[in-house]
Design a protein around this ligand. Structure first.
Ligand SMILES: O=C(O)CCC(=O)C(=O)O
Ligand SMILES: [Fe+2]
Length: 283
């Protein structure tokens, strides 16, 4: 398994749990980012109806480029400080307006061709978060226990026991503004709606190994996925609705993989989770 973290203790706990919690932004940097986000003008004005704002979901290209440059500028030094040979693929603001914004439980879409390799998300709130205002929630040790490809038109393997995930497995991570959690994109994660009167503002940064092929998994049919070359520019210039539609002729193919996805039961999930260390050691 590749060395993800510079620090050996962080690496050890990351391998086992799938995440590491680290200090990141100074309060000055938090203030700077809050000030800069206040100047940005996404089409949804950071206040979509009954939902959350995610930069990638916003149609405004200029806003998406400004966001990418702003976040990349501030976080690249942290990527280099904590990670070995990783670079930023895409970045998002996730804003939950007051009293809305519940997520779907999900794994992040695979972002490189080899799904046994590791991509990570840096998730960094710009306000203090607790469970009730939408702190991130994670199923510890749920990374790489099943080679499943979650993608547009390709539902999660745990679709049949989501209530149990919320009741028994997902745990919130209360954090101060500027702290960060760096997690394996294959971890099951989620967050509640924001029940406070202030917007819950967080940043997500998806990092991939510099030597990996950035890839979007397009579900061609029930039998296979086509691997589409998907670099930073692809995610900036593509609107999410295009990823759910038909294949665009200008997309660059990187080959195909068989669709091995299957739905599992909560019982099987519990077993896989219990044997996670052993399963991961064989990858
Ligand atoms: O902002 C959130 O609550 C969830 C973010 C998320 O799904 C991610 O960072 O991958
Ligand atoms: Fe996510």
């Amino acid at each position: 398994m590749r060395q993800v973290f510079q620090d050996d203790n962080l690496q050890k706990s990351f391998l086992k749990k799938g995440y590491a919690q680290v200090p990141m932004l100074s309060s000055k940097q938090v203030m700077y980012l809050l000030q800069e986000i206040g100047k940005l003008r996404p089409d949804d004005n950071f206040a979509p109806k009954n939902s959350y704002h995610c930069s990638f979901l916003d149609p405004n290209l200029e806003y998406k480029c400004q966001t990418y440059n702003l976040i990349k500028g501030v976080f690249t030094p942290f990527v280099n400080e904590y990670l070995v040979g990783y670079e930023i693929l895409n970045c998002n603001f996730y804003v939950k307006p007051p009293h809305t914004g519940e997520f779907q439980i999900h794994q992040n879409w695979p972002a490189i061709a080899d799904i046994s390799d590791t991509t990570v998300t840096i998730w960094c709130p710009l306000v203090d978060v607790i469970e009730s205002n939408g702190a991130i929630q994670i199923v510890e040790g749920s990374h790489k226990i099943l080679p499943h490809i979650e993608a547009p038109n390709s539902p999660p393997y745990f679709a049949n026991f989501q209530k149990a995930l919320i009741e028994k497995y997902l745990k919130p991570f209360p954090m101060k503004a500027g702290e960060a959690i760096i997690f394996d994109d294959a971890l099951i994660h989620w967050s509640r709606k924001n029940d406070s009167d202030q917007s819950r503002i967080a940043i997500q940064i998806l990092c991939i190994p510099s030597d990996a092929t950035p890839t979007f998994f397009f579900k061609e049919n029930d039998e296979r996925f086509e691997l589409i070359h998907a670099d930073s520019e692809f995610f900036l210039t593509t609107h999410v609705s295009e990823l759910y539609g038909s294949r665009k002729p200008e997309w660059k193919s990187e080959g195909f993989v068989e669709n091995q996805n299957r739905m599992i039961t909560e019982e099987e999930f519990a077993e896989l989770l219990k044997n996670g260390d052993e399963i991961r050691s064989k990858i």
